[in-house]
Design a protein around this ligand. Sequence first.
Ligand code: TXA
Ligand code: MG
Length: 369
Amino acid sequence: MMLKRDMTTKVVHITGDKESDARIYEEAAKILKGGGLVAFPTETVYGLGADAFDEEACKKIYGAKGRPSDNPLIVHIADPHIPENLVSEVPEKAKKLMDSFWPGPLTIILKKRPGVPDAVTGGLDTVAVRCPGHPVAAELLRTSGLCIAAPSANISGRPSPTRGEHVVRDLAGRVDMIIIDDTVDVGLESTITDLSTDVPVILRPGVITPDQIEKCIGRTELDSALVRMTRTGSGDKKEEQDISWTDTAPKAPGMKYRHYAPEGELFVVRGEPGPVLAFVEDAAEEARRKGKKCAVLCRPEHEDIYRADVVFSYGKDAVSAAAGLFDTLRKCDGEGCDVIFAEGLEEEGVGLAVMNRLIKAAGHNIIDV
Ligand code: TXA
Ligand code: MG
């Protein structure tokens, strides 16, 4: 799908100079209050914001991203207290999570107030709320005094943007303003926890892990759609996990779409490091023999072994893998890679979130060795 680029987009950089930064926040706030769209950094990924109580403005977000209209948006708030016009009640467990993790990369789903536009909730009776910790997001929320509805600031289906250049590439000509400050450090979208049900359910894993959530509020389930895509869920009988699994369709509407996809064909190869290395070495060799440009994403100890066209290391742990993942997937496109092999990581802790995004990016092209 070719998306039109017929708007003038103002691209601005946060520099640390108080006066010029203040002018940026003022101007962005004015645009948002006038029903416009502003992309801005958060600690997880860049978001594309509109006034959450302006239905027409929120509808524009779907147009700008080419996003399906049944995929609801996250409402961002300035302080770790949820405004009364957003949700009907804040249960005890939600308060505990807010106290522990806000401001930060956690989104909670609660029963909405009737005044929250359908364009935000996709017609659901719940709303997703997050208080971001990034100083630019926080300042924009404060200056505007608004609740800002914001999905990730990418064209729908593409990897989420973690650098200003990603946002410019996807959305220049399609939004009013892009605020750049490349200090987005988490690199994966927030953990989403649904607290609108009796037993809380994690709908999307992130750097705040299922263990951390359970420690805070007790028994929590993992959405069954997430379980099915893990090794445990795909029949590999590991030890019973602490978290219990639900058995319903994906509850976050956005989780059912193909996402994060690079242009080349991506394969995730799971298993013990040794066999994975052997498989990917052969597969990369084979791809190159066929004249395909090949990329490998791997553990740092394998970085010097592979002879692919491009080799990207995950860095020292799952947290660094998370921070670099979307940028790496976009770099594979930049290099014109036809085929990409990604070593699987342990599907636990932050690794669960990294694997969730990788498997979705691979369109479920998974090889278990
Ligand atoms: O870190 C983040 O969460 C980033 C930054 C910008 O805050 N935002 C983000 O938004 O990732 P987005 O739109 O790309 O993902 C929002 C997810 C989608 O999967 C959507 O279906 C789900 O949240 N969601 C939103 N409202 C929901 C609701 N009421 N019930 C269930 N899922 C919901
Ligand atoms: Mg997104």
